[in-house]
Every structure is written in structure tokens, then in C-alpha cells.
Design a protein around this ligand. Structure first.
Ligand code: ADP
Ligand code: MG
Length: 634
């Protein structure tokens, strides 16, 4: 018997009912590096645990571990198995899986034979895997052939918003999809990677929508792998790895939206720019015709109606240019709260009597570099929409605050730049919008209002203006729960930037005539023709050029005669500014006026006008042009 026990690789002890070790096999003596006499007669709790008292949760001062021996001595019943921590004579702790069974000695007294298997390495590996699975960001579950979840890591339980007890032993389709049957029974649009794995024994992957406990969608990519394949290739279990791509999809959507707005902006801006040139000719010639007509000409009213319609068209192109950030903006340091206070009266009139206007000014005033008129327009457009959203009355609230945006904000929202901002929050208690509407509100001509009521340009203009101020805007809304817009504008130090000098002083109407020679460079035939008519009618001599190179050439040919350059900023071959600089190198005293449909700071460096050169914006009114010309010529 001794030889048999010595030949077994597991450690074996026989212990009597006074906890004395009466037998130790070779495996345990080798493990401890001890001789037989050093072990026999020793108390098991001293030998196994370096402790001077028996193990028992009932005993005070003992290590309070459950002892298999005590159980057996008490009940006489066999085979208790458990994992026990032993401390070796050299102090090292080992984990043993212990099977303890009663035997009788020659006197018939009860003894216990303990078979101990060293499972320290196995337990460590298990613990390592458990911890690894718990700390990884991807959801990880193990599913049996009945589609029951038998393991779930923290990422998965967190994503489901359920405790582990609520998940283990339940069907994966019930937890991930809140279905009562396996997904594949709901049709082909519900691919099941786990079923694939059980059917084929091969890995499978799919894009899915899971739902958390509250029913909110989680967009996921799932990958399933077979575990414990039998000889027929059938898997006993499936591992499913679930990668949450909700955030990725959200950022992708945001990027797509930004790109769409960029494209629409380019299109709208391009159309508006060209259309402005046409309008300049229509309005200009119309005004010239009026000037030349006798006061009592019966045809005047037709021209006047035509000009009124053109004005509306000019407003429309103005809105489109504002949306595409090509509107004219005259930015100066302004105090935000002051602007809102000033525009309050107007807003109250817009929202009507049934709607209450609330303004909440947060802390110190914030200074922003902004075009006051444009800021007012933003608030007006938002107020008009709020009024439309609250036909039965409600509250329209404007709140201001100073706020900082950090990297965390940028990462979470997918837009913005770190810095200090003025935050204007504009909210109403109106009808709100659904998600579909929300996705389109900033697009030009998008409206949900009946024909004739909405133009769909209000928010496009808001969007363009905010962007033009290097700010950003977002909107939160739910049907029936009102709407909140948040506008962030970069804050500046008060007085950080000097206000630009006032434009050339206006000149009286009497002095709009002149005889000087002017070089007029403009690539659009309509605009050039009209401008020339206005100038020649006022007595000036006009030399025409059709592009930037032509302008330089014509200047060289008429150097001595030309007193003034009127250049379109954006022209083929050479921009207005390039041509002007070239000419200025030859004739430093030359005077110039630039004409443009774009806001100067947006036209870009190459095309932006030089210091001190006045700019006239399209569509041009003849009087403004003549006034500017006289002002520059003196
Ligand atoms: P319009 O007001 O001419 O329709 P906007 O560009 O101002 O054009 O607005 C576009 C759309 O956005 C509106 O038709 C409406 O559906 C929605 N909208 C804008 N503001 C609000 C708001 N405060 N509450 C509910 N819906 C709004
Ligand atoms: Mg509107």
C-alpha cells in the first residue's frame, strides 16, 4: 500500500482524528523537501498552514477556513472536495484541489486520507484569463448550443446596462435584442453569427443593432468563433466578441453631414455669386433707366416694379451668400449681452404677445469679434422659428455664458476647437422636431412649413453666419419637447483688436460728377457694361479690361491718362489684387477701388484687397459707386 501511494504523483496525507499526520507519501515529501520523520506526528494545521490551531470558521483566532477533516470527523460521510490554500515550509503559498475521504485504522478509529493536487498554475492562468476578459473594452460572451449565455465580461454587462446575474443563463437573443425567439427566426435582416458558428463550425461576423435594457440602440460589429469542436467539427460553445461602433457611426454621420453642408454651401455660394453679377446689371440698368426718364413718364412704374422684384432677388442671394459664408461681414469687438439687450425689443415684437421672452445673462459680459447686424439676424431668425413652433404661446429663452472647450469636448462631439467661447443658448417650449427633420434644418430651402410660409433659409443663414464667425452651432430637440440651439463664438479679450477705421466719408450728392479717366477691369460683361454706363453718364472716361492681365496691359498703354482703377477682385488670369499690386509697382500713387461679391476676409489671401483700398460690394448701386469714386479721387 505504501509503495502504491508513493508512486502516485498527487500529494497524499493520512491524518488521525487529533489532526496528527500519520502518513505522508513521497510526492508531498519531495514537494516540501522534507524527510518522513519531520512530517509524521506533526499537526496538519501546523504543517499545511503554519498555524497553531485547527482550521474552522467556528473557532476564534483560527484562520477560519473550512476544514474538510472536521466535516468528516463529525459526519463520517466520505469525499469532500474543495480548493485550499497551503503555505509551504519555505513560505510559498500553493493552491490545492483536495479530496478528503474517511478510512478506519486497525483499531477501527476514523482517519482521513487527503489527496491533494497542486492547481496553483492552473488557477493563476484562470485568474489571468478572467481578468483579461474583464478589462478589455470589447464585449465578450460565451454561448452554449441552446443560445444561453454562460459567461459575460464587464464590457458586455456595462453595454447592456444589466447586472451579471441578469445575464448568465439567459438567451443571448433575449438580452442583446429583447427577442423572444432566436434572431434568425425574425428573417434575413437579423443575421446570427452564433447560429453560423454552430451550423458550420467556422468563425462568422456581422453588423448588428443591439439594444440596452432601456431599449436604446447600440450599433455593433459581432464576431463569433467556435469553441471545443468535436471530431465532426461541431462546436460545443461559441465565443462572441461584440465591438461597439455606435460612436464610430455617430462621428461618421457627423463628418458626412459636415461634408454635405460644405458641398451645398459651395453650390449655393457659386450660384448666388454669379446671380449677383446678373442682378447688378439688372438693378443697375434699371436705376439708370429711371434716372434718365422724365419724372412723369408713365412707364416708370414698370421699371420700379422690376427693381422691387430685383431687390427681393438680391435678398435671396444675400441669404445664400450668408449660408455659404461669403456674406459681407464687418467684424468688431462687441459685448454679447449688450447686443442681446439692444435687440430685445425687436425680438419681443417678432415672437408676439403669447410668447414670453426670457433673457438670462451669465456672469461677466463676454466680448466677441462679430458683425453686430449679423448677430442680430441670427437671433431674429431663431425667434421667428420659435414663434412658428409655439402657436399657442410658450417661453423663448436666451441665455449667455462664458465657457471653455477642451480636448474632451472636441472628442465627444466630433467638432469644435479648444479655447474660450461665448455660449448663446436659445430655446423654446414649442413643438420640437423629430430626428429626420433635425438632420436637415441647416440646409438651404429645407422647410416643413406650408408653401408661402417658410423659405427654408432662416437656419441656413444662421449656420453660415456662425461659421463665418469661426463658431459652431448645434441643436437639440424632441417632438413635443421644445428646441434648444447652442451657439459657440470664440471669446476675445475686450479691446484686444482695434476697430477697423471708418470707411471713406460719404460725399454730397452734388459732387458725383467727374471727368477723370478710369480703368475698369471686370470679367462679367453685364456688370462691366452697366458700371461703364454709370461712370460715363457721370462724365468719366472709361477704359475697359476683361481680366487681370488685360488690366495690366491696358494700364501700360494709358499710363498717363488713368487716374483710378476699379477692379473686380476675382478675375481670370490675375486677381484684382495681383493686377493692382503689379500696377502699383510702376505707379505708386495710383488710386483704386475693388468690387466684389464676396466678403473680403473669406475671399482668401490671394484675392483679398490691400490695405486702405476701399471695397464696393455687389450688387452695386450707381450712387454708392459714384460716391466712392469721388471720395477716392478727392
Ligand atoms: P423655415 O422657417 O422657413 O421653414 P428655417 O431654415 O428657419 O426655415 O427652418 C427649417 C426648418 O427647421 C423649419 O421648417 C422647421 O421644420 C425646423 N425648425 C426650425 N426651428 C425650429 C424650432 N424652434 N422648433 C421646431 N422646428 C424648428
Ligand atoms: Mg425660419
Amino acid at each position: 500500500m505504501r509503495e502504491i501511494l508513493d508512486s502516485i504523483a498527487d500529494c497524499i496525507l493520512i491524518i488521525d482524528k487529533d489532526f496528527n499526520i500519520v502518513f505522508a507519501n513521497k510526492a508531498i515529501l519531495d514537494l516540501c523537501g522534507l524527510e518522513k520523520d519531520e512530517v509524521i506526528g506533526e499537526k496538519c494545521y501546523v504543517f499545511d498552514h503554519r498555524c497553531n490551531m485547527p482550521c474552522s470558521p467556528a473557532l476564534k483566532g483560527s484562520c477560519r477556513a473550512t476544514c474538510p477533516l472536521t466535516e468528516i470527523f463529525k459526519s463520517g460521510k466520505p469525499a469532500v472536495s474543495l480548493t485550499h490554500r497551503h503555505v509551504m515550509p519555505d513560505g510559498m503559498e500553493l493552491l490545492f484541489d483536495i479530496t478528503a475521504s474517511p478510512i478506519r485504522d486497525e483499531k477501527g478509529d476514523i482517519q482521513v486520507i487527503e489527496v491533494m493536487r497542486d492547481v496553483t498554475e492552473r488557477k493563476k492562468t484562470e485568474e489571468l484569463f478572467q481578468n483579461l476578459l474583464q478589462v478589455i473594452d470589447e464585449g465578450f460572451i460565451i454561448i452554449d448550443r441552446d443560445f444561453k449565455i454562460i459567461y459575460a465580461n464587464k464590457a458586455y454587462t456595462d453595454a447592456c446596462k444589466r447586472p451579471t446575474e441578469d445575464i448568465l443563463g439567459r438567451h443571448c437573443y433575449a438580452i442583446s435584442h429583447q427577442f423572444s425567439k432566436p434572431c434568425y427566426e425574425y428573417g434575413a435582416e437579423h443575421p446570427c453569427t452564433v447560429k453560423d458558428v454552430f451550423d458550420t463550425g467556422e468563425p462568422s461576423r456581422a453588423l448588428h443593432t443591439h439594444y440596452d435594457k432601456e431599449g436604446r440602440p447600440i450599433y455593433v460589429e459581432t464576431k463569433a468563433y467556435p469553441l471545443f469542436k468535436d471530431k465532426d467539427g461541431k462546436a460545443a460553445l461559441a465565443i462572441e466578441i461584440i465591438i461597439n461602433i455606435t460612436e464610430k457611426i455617430r462621428l461618421e454621420k457627423q463628418l458626412l453631414h459636415a461634408q454635405k453642408m460644405e458641398t451645398v454651401g459651395t453650390l449655393a455660394g457659386g450660384v448666388a455669386h454669379d446671380f449677383n453679377n446678373i442682378l447688378t446689371a439688372i438693378i443697375g440698368y434699371g436705376q439708370v433707366a429711371l434716372m434718365k426718364m422724365p419724372k412723369d413718364d408713365p412707364n416708370r412704374k414698370y421699371i420700379e416694379s422690376m427693381l422691387e422684384a430685383s431687390d427681393r432677388a438680391a435678398n435671396l442671394t444675400g441669404s445664400l451668400l450668408a449660408f455659404s459664408r461669403k456674406g459681407i461681414s464687418d467684424k468688431r469687438p462687441v459685448e454679447l449681452n449688450a447686443v442681446i439687450k439692444d435687440v430685445g425689443k425687436l425680438l419681443r415684437r417678432v415672437i408676439g404677445e403669447d410668447v414670453e421672452l426670457k433673457t438670462v445673462y451669465g456672469g461677466d459680459d463676454v466680448t466677441v469679434l462679430a458683425d453686430r447686424n449679423q448677430l442680430e439676424q441670427v437671433l431674429m431668425n431663431l425667434a421667428v422659428n420659435a414663434r412658428d413652433a409655439m402657436p399657442d404661446g410658450g417661453t423663448f429663452t436666451i441665455t449667455t455664458a462664458k465657457t471653455t472647450i477642451d480636448e474632451g469636448f472636441v472628442k465627444a462631439h466630433g467638432y469644435g476647437r479648444p479655447g474660450t467661447y461665448a455660449l448663446i443658448t436659445v430655446s423654446d417650449t414649442g413643438i420640437g422636431m423629430d430626428e429626420e427633420t433635425l438632420g436637415h434644418i441647416f440646409e438651404p430651402f429645407f422647410t416643413t412649413k406650408e408653401v408661402g410660409k417658410g423659405t427654408g433659409l432662416g437656419l441656413s443663414v444662421v449656420y453660415g453666419i456662425v461659421k463665418q464667425h469661426d463658431g459652431f452651432i448645434n441643436c437639440y430637440s424632441e417632438p413635443g419637447n421644445g428646441t434648444t440651439f447652442r451657439i459657440y463664438l470664440p471669446a476675445i479679450q475686450p479691446g484686444a483688436i482695434d476697430a477697423p477705421h471708418e470707411e471713406t466719408q460719404a460725399v454730397g450728392a452734388a459732387s458725383l460728377q467727374g471727368t477723370e479717366t478710369i480703368l475698369l477691369a471686370e470679367d462679367d460683361d453685364g456688370v462691366r457694361g452697366f458700371t461703364k454706363t454709370v461712370l460715363t453718364d457721370a462724365g468719366y472716361k472709361v477704359i475697359e479690361a476683361v481680366d487681370g492681365e488685360d488690366a495690366v496691359r491696358k494700364f501700360m498703354e494709358n499710363k498717363d491718362a488713368i487716374r483710378l482703377l476699379i477692379f473686380d477682385l476675382i478675375m481670370p488670369k490675375k486677381t484684382g489684387n495681383e493686377a493692382y499690386n503689379e500696377i502699383k509697382g510702376l505707379a505708386p500713387q495710383i488710386k483704386a477701388i475693388f468690387v466684389t461679391g464676396y466678403s473680403p476676409e473669406l475671399a482668401g489671401r490671394k484675392t483679398s484687397p490691400g490695405e486702405g483700398v476701399p471695397v464696393v460690394y455687389k450688387p452695386i448701386s450707381p450712387k454708392d459707386l459714384l460716391r466712392e469714386v469721388r471720395g477716392v479721387l478727392g
